[in-house]
Design a protein around this ligand. Structure first.
Ligand SMILES: [Cu+2]
Length: 169
C-alpha cells in the first residue's frame, strides 16, 4: 500500500508535463470508466505533430486491459452512435492534431484488469508509424465523466452486451 501511494505521488508530480516522441507531443490526457468496476473505459488526449513529416497513430497498448483499440464514433441513419475500430490507425499529418475526446475518437480499454479509480495512472503506449513508441502517463480522472453532460457515451462502451451492468449508474 505504501509503495502504491509513493508511486502515485511520484506519478502525479510528473503529470503536468506533456509527453514527447520526436516531433509528436501529447497533452491533456485522462481516462475514465463509467464506474470503478466497469469492464470498459476510454482514454482521451490531444496529440500534436509539430514536425514536417506526416505520421500515423497505428495502435495503443496498456497493461490495464485485455485489449486496447483505437475507436471512432459513427452515427447510423437513425442518429444512433456506434463505435468502430480504426483498423488502419488515425492519420496525423505534419502540423496536424488528433483530438481524442468524449463522443468522438478515443482509446478504448476492453476487459479492464485494474480498477479505474482516481489516482490510478495508466502507462499507455502509443505506437506511431514513424515516431515509434510514446509512453504517456494517463491519470484516471472520474470527475471528467461529467464533461459531456451525462456521459451516456460510456454506456456504448459495453462491448459484451451486459447492459444490466450499466443499469444502476
Ligand atoms: Cu470505444
Amino acid at each position: 500500500m505504501t509503495r502504491n501511494l509513493l508511486a502515485a505521488a511520484l506519478a502525479v508530480a510528473c503529470l503536468a508535463a506533456p509527453a514527447f516522441a520526436g516531433d509528436i507531443e501529447v497533452h491533456d490526457a485522462y481516462a475514465v470508466a463509467s464506474r470503478p468496476n466497469a469492464p470498459t473505459g476510454g482514454a482521451y488526449m490531444v496529440i500534436e505533430n509539430h514536425g514536417t513529416d506526416d505520421d500515423r497513430l497505428l495502435s495503443a497498448s496498456a497493461p490495464v486491459a485485455q485489449m486496447v483499440q483505437l475507436h471512432a464514433n459513427i452515427f447510423d441513419d437513425d442518429g444512433v452512435a456506434h463505435m468502430v475500430e480504426h483498423e488502419n490507425g488515425i492519420e496525423l499529418p505534419a502540423g496536424g492534431v488528433i483530438t481524442l475526446a468524449r463522443g468522438g475518437d478515443h482509446v478504448m480499454f476492453m476487459g479492464i484488469t485494474e480498477t479505474f479509480v482516481d489516482g490510478l495512472v495508466i502507462p499507455l503506449t502509443l505506437h506511431f508509424e514513424h515516431a515509434g513508441d510514446l509512453l504517456v502517463e494517463v491519470p484516471v480522472d472520474l470527475a471528467r465523466l461529467a464533461d459531456t453532460g451525462g456521459g451516456h457515451d460510456m454506456d456504448d462502451h459495453d462491448m459484451h452486451g451486459s447492459h444490466d451492468d450499466q443499469a444502476h449508474d
